[in-house]
Ligand binder design. Sequence first.
Ligand SMILES: Nc1nc2c(c(=O)[nH]1)N[C@H]1C(S)=C(S)[C@@H](COP(=O)(O)OP(=O)(O)OC[C@H]3O[C@@H](n4cnc5c(=O)[nH]c(N)nc54)[C@H](O)[C@@H]3O)O[C@H]1N2
Ligand SMILES: Nc1nc2c(c(=O)[nH]1)N[C@H]1C(S)=C(S)[C@@H](COP(=O)(O)OP(=O)(O)OC[C@H]3O[C@@H](n4cnc5c(=O)[nH]c(N)nc54)[C@H](O)[C@@H]3O)O[C@H]1N2
Ligand code: SF4
Ligand SMILES: [Mo]
Length: 723
Amino acid sequence: MSRTTTPATRVHFRTCTICEAMCGLRLELQGDEVVDLRGDARDPGSRGHVCPKAWALVDLERDPDRLRRPLRRVGRDFEEISWDEALDEAADRLHALGRAHGPDCRAVYLGNPTIHNLGAMAFAPAFLRALGTRNRFSATSVDQLPHMLVAYLMWGHQLLLPVPDIDRTQFLVLLGSNPAVSAGSLMGAPGFNKRMRKLRERGGRLWVFDPRRSETAALADAHHFVRPGSDAWLLLSVLRRLIARGARPPEMGLPIDGLASLRAALDAFPDFDLERLTGVSSSTACEVADALLDTPRAALYGRMGLSTQPFGALCQWLVSLINLFAGQLDRVGGLLFSAPAVETRNAPKGMGVGRGSFGRYKSRVRALPEFGGELPVACLAEEILEPGDGRIRALVTFAGNPVLSTPNGRKLDRALSGLDFMLSVDPYLNETSRHAHLILPPVGPLSRGHYDLALQLLATRDTAKYSPPCFEKDSGERHDWQILSGLTRRLLRLSSAPASARLTAGVLEKLGPEGILDLGLRFGPRRGLSLAKLKASPHGVDLGPRRARTLAERAPKGTRIQLAPEALVADLGRLVAAQGQTSADEELALIGRRQLRSNNSWLHNCERLMRGRDRCTARLHPEDAARLGLEAGVLAELRTDAGSVVVPVELSDEMMPGVVSLPHGFGHDREGTRLRVASAKPGVSLNDLSSELRLDQASGTAAFSGQPVRVRAAATPNSAGKA
Ligand SMILES: Nc1nc2c(c(=O)[nH]1)N[C@H]1C(S)=C(S)[C@@H](COP(=O)(O)OP(=O)(O)OC[C@H]3O[C@@H](n4cnc5c(=O)[nH]c(N)nc54)[C@H](O)[C@@H]3O)O[C@H]1N2
Ligand SMILES: Nc1nc2c(c(=O)[nH]1)N[C@H]1C(S)=C(S)[C@@H](COP(=O)(O)OP(=O)(O)OC[C@H]3O[C@@H](n4cnc5c(=O)[nH]c(N)nc54)[C@H](O)[C@@H]3O)O[C@H]1N2
Ligand code: SF4
Ligand SMILES: [Mo]
């Protein structure tokens, strides 16, 4: 009788590193094979929630397309080289260009997965310092920059971001956010649907303002269509109503400046026709204001749809003012500030994230303002292409795919192909890294230890959890932090940096991410925490409910709340001027559409998620389709000032008439990538349509929402996805 031996079964607990929900996962393994994956019911934050994307962690770990060794470009091809050779060459070339043209000729772009990566969070600051360039870019300026700018201007720290207390609120108003799909952002909210069911069971209400009847709107007590990019008028109306009803900012434990200037600015703002501009009636705006004022626990919150639009900063300022005047800011059931176990804000100088800064310098070509040491990524391409002193000649991309994720991807594509040197730290040879001279791939997502240093600040509950690596990396692989540290050390050596800088780099490398985390926990505000303690609690530690009135404790010393920051008051003039602008009849307003089985641009090589019908479609209202002579299933050409794409059409009355939506992160048909699954169903890139010139001028954030787009039947029926 033959006997087969089954490998021993082991169970591994970890945090999912894909989105801000930070779901606790329970993986069951037989040998090296993951045979089961489910939500960890004992995780104090996610309590068993999980979504289909979590399996991508397993698939990416095993993906044959995932790079394991450094690649060097040879003509149009790549060859594998050793780590030492690759790191030496990268540092030498960056150093040589810096010597010849000054440090600023070397730019850096940090992508979204950086924040989901303990090692990268711990080691990127030193790398950035060693490079010493003003040309820093990141996904921040296609995402949450307006939130950070407003926090910096109003209460003195870019990371003091108030989070809706969704488990205790009785009235939640969401604008431009779709947590039923996204799991929330700057509001990490795993199991959002369940939590909304509970809200309604306790007699609470959810209202949604969105140009699409989104998956979140479908859960709501009321959904109102709002014209893309027009929310600032709606928010102004809500604020005016609050003030007309006598609302005043409550005692916050901090001095409050600017009430008179704010009132003067609001009084001077001309009357406007809210319904014509936004599609929302004045009575609805008043209802929102009244409910926020009269419900003891209520919160108004706006996210992507409010930030990445022409008035992103104005919107986020108005959101904060509304919550403040309604007495809901820093209050239980309203919006609260987090109290994480590791205070990155208090990290030693240069290691954490400082208070922020704004407008200390400007971009060379378009004079866009710096924020927190970064420039808006919408100007990256022109900074490379435009000749002259100060031109960017080298670029390091780290965990980013800006060709698909930043405005006018085609222009950036062109710009990248002309760089003197480009380095990508990325596990894939994709639309961006295909331009690199060197690609340094980190280990897979299950082979590293993890703790969410930054996202804990933004979640709806304070927890702390360390995930050990599920797999040992093989000796020929490197962690992101080892790549960053290897580059930092070499750059410091080449530039004969002071001994102290080199010593610090050496100490950090010895500590590694886990050692740094341990120090952060031990010296953090929560007593008794350490890495050992977290290792002994594999499901994570609950840090208890959040408290009200913590802004005064957490704001930098000497903070005075600024109700009317000059830059924002001045920006009201731009809103007044936009009142008269009209769009052409044949134009629709373009918005994005996140999907449950996709995450930005980088999960499309996961077969499990890509299965089924083509999801990269243009969705519009049947009335618009009839007017434009389009039917479901036909191919349409979408054209803007930036470019054009051809995509299949879907019809749905979930769309506000006059609005068309397309998901972002697709467009995998570019030549020279190694993406087996993604390029089989490439879709088109939304950012081939978005213009790099369309910005929230106040913050420099890309204004994706509401881009005017001409839609018509495509002339070439066979060119789907091959724009
Ligand atoms: N039109 C439009 N554009 C958008 C958006 C939108 O809604 N509409 N959304 C914006 C938002 S919110 C964001 S955050 C950005 C995202 O923009 P980016 O961060 O530029 O793009 P991602 O698609 O997240 O690409 C992540 C890259 O990191 C790599 N990667 C994944 N994990 C790791 C890792 O652990 N280490 C390293 N080194 N690399 C890794 C992936 O292979 C991929 O190349 O896109 C923005 N762009
Ligand atoms: N499944 C999945 N989850 C994700 C991601 C993903 O790609 N896929 N990405 C992650 C990332 S990086 C982020 S930043 C978060 C973002 O998470 P969210 O902030 O929830 O962003 P979106 O899901 O893009 O939802 C934005 C909503 O705004 C609406 N909208 C568009 N324009 C306007 C406007 O002008 N006004 C108003 N009022 N609404 C508008 C859109 O129709 C959409 O419903 O999601 C994260 N989670
Ligand atoms: S919701 Fe986000 S964190 Fe949770 S399993 Fe899905 S991708 Fe991972
Ligand atoms: Mo994002």
